[in-house]
Design a protein around this ligand. Sequence first.
Ligand SMILES: Cc1cc2nc3c(=O)[nH]c(=O)nc-3n(C[C@H](O)[C@H](O)[C@H](O)COP(=O)(O)OP(=O)(O)OC[C@H]3O[C@@H](n4cnc5c(N)ncnc54)[C@H](O)[C@@H]3O)c2cc1C
Length: 554
Amino acid sequence: MITPELLRSLALFASLDDAALQAVALEAADVRLNAGEYLVQEGDSVAFFVLLEGQLDVSKEVGGVLQTLDTYGPGDSFGELPLLLGTSATVNLRAAGAVRVLQLDGPDFLALLAHSEALAATVMANMTRRVRNLQRVTLGAPVVPTLLVGSADDLRCFRLREFLSRNQVAFRWLDPESPVMACDLPPLEAGPLPAVILPGGEVLRQPDVQEVARRVGLQVEPHLPEYDVVIVGGGPAGLAAAVYGASEGLCTLLLDKEAPGGQAGTSSRIENYLGFPTGLSGAELSARALRQARRFGAEVVITREVTALEPGETGHTVVLDGGDRVQAQNVVLAMGVEWRKLPLPDAGRFVGRGLWYGAARTEAPGTRGKDVYLIGGGNSAGQAAMFFSNYAARVSILIRADRIEQGMSQYLVAQLRVRPNVRICEHCEVTALRGDAHLQGLTVHHRDTGEDEQVETDSLFVLIGADARTDWLGRTVLRDERGYVCSGLDLAPQNAWPLERDPFLLETSVPGVFVVGDVRRGSIKRVASGVGEGSMSIALIHQYLALEPGGRNA
Ligand SMILES: Cc1cc2nc3c(=O)[nH]c(=O)nc-3n(C[C@H](O)[C@H](O)[C@H](O)COP(=O)(O)OP(=O)(O)OC[C@H]3O[C@@H](n4cnc5c(N)ncnc54)[C@H](O)[C@@H]3O)c2cc1C
């Protein structure tokens, strides 16, 4: 318990009278941590802290590398910098051993500053020192530790770019064919591109994403042979299951064939997610969720595709590409959906060479000053158009319907209509693509007039909906005719449920295997509903595990 006597022994509070000490003692929390526990992580909301016992290590990620900034000892105070600037935490604070901290919430801290000029002066001096410290580290660190060298037209380079950025690996892309970027190229022996130059100077020639992932320190293999829960897919639904699973003590593994974040990770702005009144980018949401999942101890393995599920009496086997197998008491299927391909004969040839599915943020700077075309009338197309309009000279949205309002939220339509460089083209359909090595133009068919228009562009983004890709499940779990996985109430009418007990709401036709998010038949395709289902699946798994072993699968 924090007492006035304890406070009186701290130099920081020496200027406070008895009444003020009494007030602080009443308001302050007495926080205790064990070695390795975080008091605060970058991005968290903060309070004002005074370290009473033990030692805290201060670290910050700079250019993708965790740098140690400082160590706090008894009597040190901190938290004033983000509190006074109104930001979230700028550093991580981790207990080096047993730690005891006094915590004062923001409003109480501000009231205290107003009460004592001497205390305010000490806090300000600390803040100045801390800003200098941060400056030293951020300016002194290598700005970009990993370099990717490759051409804009090279599909492998595009995939690596997308992969690194979706996995939040700080990197710089240098295109030897671009006069601007080529100036910054380090000396590099002639050899095949793309090449990845690691921070230590080692050069990887035409590496695949898994090799890059491994070399930049991402986890590509499960550490254990057996888990309580294995989650297939790291979109919002899978990440939510990982956060709840790990935080509730289940040994949790999440597998994603690409990067955590799923579709949401590619979204430039999610405006309607609860608690973020000014919206947030999909990358930010994914990064936060990933940090949260790891903080609770979930293993997150990327670049590994799940290729089969083998149900068993007492658990299930999840088979990964390459043949690795992990055992799981429970499985959560969270594979989401994937972009539908443009049904034109030449489309495959231009992917990454002027034609992209979805709207990767990494491509936005490449559209600077260009005439960009987007196919799609949903919210994802609208958000992409808003984002690209910050770079491109003009963005044209092509839709087949007669009114964009038919598929897009009103708030987005309103924003698009007032963007001077955004054009909404209704009744339009792309019927042909032109170009040699790179896309050069399109034929746009105007359905209302019957005319064909030839347009010049080297940037086409296709966002025409998505499909479930669940063929690998075969007949293991019941799926509908479009590949979506059936659950709960879907099962009985099809006689697909094998047990006496009713299935849980998100349980598939295989007891103990659950399905969440966009891949679930009948799901609402939104971040919030995916997150809700992901967290619910863990509650259902607890109920499943609470059944007598005989009742789980019989
Ligand atoms: C551009 C865009 C903008 C959007 N904007 C909004 C918005 O503003 N608000 C909103 O509420 N919703 C929005 N959405 C919809 C929202 O992103 C989705 O509803 C949500 O991402 C679904 O989450 P999920 O976890 O079910 O699946 P997904 O996000 O699709 O994630 C599935 C993951 O599973 C992985 N995976 C698939 N198969 C396998 C396998 N066999 N093995 C291993 N991994 C696998 C994939 O790589 C992927 O990472 C947007 C979507 C897009 C594309």
